[in-house]
Design a protein around this ligand. Structure first.
Ligand code: UTP
Length: 294
């Protein structure tokens, strides 16, 4: 058994990144010089995904174009003997098979996932949210795939531990402990107060789902924010089928908000051997210049 397809919903408005997102897709905003979406697609590809289905809205063409060939640019680089750059952009253009489907109205994440129903067929699939970059040698989504495959293709929701006083920011899972890293889910609570939170395990945008989710998404009412919530559908799914929550390993950056975005930028600069030394020197100088003593 293999999980071959991944849905990446990118139809949201990206209000936390305005004004940039007034005219450009949030997913194209780079961490240094690599668009955020590149990391998400790369994670899926490294996990063995063969087809990416973007759920898009108007103004997101740059994301689809990014994973397409750009023959004009290739010819320019070839003429100018920029072999390294040519190789890099050819590689991106042939990274993976990409298709897209439109979400005509932004009615929520659950609704966005439902838009991809006809492209999935009768097989478990991955969902990755573009707001969360997870760095790890074994891709986070691959870790979930392995648990799914070990459990006859069951749904697996990626979770991470958050401080108890931050449960209000996340969807929090509840369930019965299977082992140190796995729960058999009995439900999910959306943004509970710390005193009401059943666990401190939050769901930062990595899922393996079975196609059963589609018929649930077709019937659930609108939930929080008057939107069709994927959380609500998962809540129903775990009453009907086995759904596991799995504590994946990896460093997660919430790049949908400014501070998570800055954390990722700084860490990626410090980890890049071509950038690190100069960046550190400049950073020290800039801290001094701005009167900041550590
Ligand atoms: P968010 O709630 O983070 O919304 O959606 P957003 O528009 O990306 O960002 P903010 O909060 O306004 O700054 C989580 C994910 O679900 C997708 C988004 O593109 C994002 O990847 N989404 C959300 C859709 O595709 N369609 C929707 O109707 C809602």
């Amino acid at each position: 058994m293999k999980i071959r397809k991944a849905i990446i919903p990118i139809a949201g408005k990206g209000t936390r990144f305005l004004p940039a997102t007034k005219e450009i897709a949030k997913e194209i905003i780079p961490i240094i010089n690599v668009p955020m979406i590149h990391y998400i697609v790369q994670e899926a590809v490294e996990a063995g995904v063969e087809q990416i289905i973007f759920v898009t809205s108007s103004g997101k063409f740059a994301v689809e174009d990014y994973f397409d060939r750009n023959q004009e640019l290739e010819a320019f680089l070839e003429r100018n003997k920029k072999t390294k750059e040519l190789e890099l952009i050819r590689k991106i253009g042939s990274m993976v098979d990409v298709t897209s489907v439109r979400q005509k109205e932004q009615l929520g994440l659950g609704h966005a996932v439902l838009m991809a129903k006809s492209m999935i067929g009768d097989e478990p699939f991955a969902v990755l949210l573009g707001d969360d970059i997870v760095v790890n040698k074994v891709p986070a989504i691959k870790q979930l795939m392995d648990i799914s495959i070990a459990n006859k293709g069951a749904s697996v929701i990626g979770v991470m531990e958050v401080p108890k006083n931050e449960t209000q920011k996340y969807g929090i899972v509840k369930g019965d402990i299977v082992n140190e890293k796995t729960l058999r889910m009995t439900g999910m609570v959306e943004k509970p107060k710390p005193e009401d939170a059943p666990t401190n395990l939050a769901t930062p945008g990595r899922y393996i789902l079975t196609p059963d989710i589609f018929k649930i998404l077709e019937t659930i009412p609108r939930g929080a924010g008057n939107e069709y919530q994927l959380t609500d559908a998962i809540n129903v799914l775990c009453q009907e089928k086995d759904v596991f929550a799995y504590k994946f390993t990896g460093e997660r950056y919430d790049t949908g908000n400014i501070h998570g975005y800055l954390d990722a930028t700084i860490d990626f600069a410090l980890k890049d051997p071509d950038i690190r030394d100069t960046f550190l020197e400049n950073l020290k100088m800039r801290l001094l210049k701005n009167g900041i003593k550590l």
